[in-house]
Design a protein around this ligand. Sequence first.
Ligand code: DON
Length: 304
Amino acid sequence: MNYQAILNQIQKDIKPYLGQGKVADYIPALAGIDPIKFGMSIHTVDGIHAHIGDAQENFSIQSISKILTLTMAIAANDAGIWKRVGREPSGSKFNSLIQLELEQGIPRNPFINAGAHVITDIICSHIREPKEAILEFVRMISMNDQIDFDYAVAQSERETGNRNLAMGYFMKSFGNIHNKVREVLDVYFHQCSLSMSCSDLSKAFLYLANEGVIPSSEKAIIPKKASDRINALMLTCGMYDSVGDFAYRVGLPSKSGVGGGIVSIVPGEMSIAVWSPGLSESGNSLAGTKALELFVNYTGKTIF
Ligand code: DON
């Protein structure tokens, strides 16, 4: 299949969708991003790479980082993960507080904000320098030593992230955050601020398309079973309260971020990353979702 030709076609088809939706201005440092940016990149397990548009431009990966920390927590072999975080879609917004009280401080899944706080808390309990470890991990899987936090974005979220802090303290009241809330949230804001391109992201998540192993180096990141399960969680929880519509239209395990990025996995074949900053009500890139839908329509690459 000529993936570059398919991506070139998508770049033409997507034009009417660019600029739709709303840039995530609740994080002030993200408010000024040009809404018509668009990039898309694929890496296959056989070593094929194709990209279009702004695929080499860095953006804030935000909640896509929740796959990194979940992988690290699973790799740390923490036996308690699934006692402290659920595995069900939430049906509510990524930063909703409402279920936490009803469900005794146990977040529905590791991809909503509260669930990601618990996962980051687990990492903080296992790793002495968690921010450095996250950087080291993401640089290793993307084979790019230049990847870094965007400290201005992290600071912006630290100053305005009252809802995240509220969730953290609320879960602490149920005993589900073990470390200091401000320290856990500091790590969380930094992981969200990671600045990466579509090209970096599609390369980084190839291990999820290849049974937990980086194809080019054959380095095992997590066991196959764990990789399958992360894909299952991405399919059922990765796109928040529009996960059903997304599965209907795209049908691939995926994870979005409010920076406008989405990563999708075609198990056994490839990892795809797309970026366009205009978001839906659910916090997912509108043009990014459309581009993935077009990709699946043109290639037939869906898990269904
Ligand atoms: O905590 C937040 O609200 C952001 N740092 C991340 C949220 C996010 O990316 C949700 N994804 N669509």
